[in-house]
Design a protein around this ligand. Structure first.
Ligand code: ADP
Length: 229
């Protein structure tokens, strides 16, 4: 197995009115390709910030991040964007669908921007896979939260990412819909070997992964291997 993510001595601060807020401090861990990994911890412990850094959406104050064999913390914006487009998928807490595009367009447009041929038919196939074959021409406002999350999932799956970062992928969903989303995520891991990094408050979901990183106050509180049941 090879390392797909290698994080060393990460530190991240934000400036606020009352001074410097240290959000992450001395974070070191690594992930093997194909692993499933959960990040848990109380609100405000730095989970979303850590995900953004690992995915190259933000930069640390110090420390290094190697993603898919590339040191991303020193990479310029264009190269980071290229790496993300080719190898990384995201599922955000608030889905981040474009409201003026249909479900199909939300999936197809990023593919078209990457020069993928037959982007629209590929988008329809992906939407069918997540159970939205009858909703391809609907706009996000015409879809339920669970359906919007499935569009976000189809978009994240569209480039068969090597690693997928998901921030509370089931947070806003009812239990049944949440279960379906989780199944789809783990199917992608099994079928395509995509590494999963999932932020969650749901310990049942966390225990479905192979390893759990627990953050507390911006530091690693504990890292544990999940026993296979
Ligand atoms: P979690 O995901 O565990 O809830 P976050 O990473 O979202 O934690 O936030 C960690 C801390 O960083 C919180 O105190 C939050 O208010 C602060 N924070 C997050 N983003 C910013 C920002 N852009 N500017 C200032 N403070 C921020």
């Amino acid at each position: 197995m090879s390392k797909i993510l290698n994080v060393s001595k990460l530190r991240k601060t934000y400036q606020s009115g009352s001074g410097t807020l240290t959000v992450l401090d001395d974070i070191t861990f690594s992930l093997e390709s194909g692993e499933t990994f959960a990040i848990v911890g109380p609100s405000g412990s730095g989970k979303t910030t850590l995900l953004g850094l690992c995915a190259g959406l933000d930069r640390p104050d110090s420390g290094t991040i190697e993603l898919c064999g590339v040191e991303i913390d020193t990479l310029d914006e264009d190269k980071r964007a290229l790496l993300r487009n080719r190898k990384v998928g995201f599922i955000f807490q608030d889905f981040q669908l474009l409201p003026t595009l249909t479900a199909m367009e939300n999936v197809a447009v990023p593919l078209e921007l990457q020069g993928v041929k037959n982007a629209q038919s590929r988008a329809v196939t992906l939407l069918e896979k997540v159970g939205l074959g009858a909703r391809v021409h609907h706009y996000p406002s015409q879809l339920s939260g669970g359906e919007q999350q499935r569009v976000a999932l189809a978009r994240a799956f569209s480039n068969t990412p090597e690693i997928l970062f998901a921030d509370e992928p089931t947070g806003e969903l009812d239990e049944e819909t949440g279960q379906k989303i989780i199944e789809l995520l783990f199917d992608l891991n099994k079928e395509a070997g995509t590494t999963l990094v999932i932020i969650t408050h749901d310990m049942d979901l966390a225990r479905k992964t192979q390893r759990i990183l627990r953050l507390k106050g911006g530091k690693i509180h504990r890292e544990e291997k999940v026993e296979v049941q």
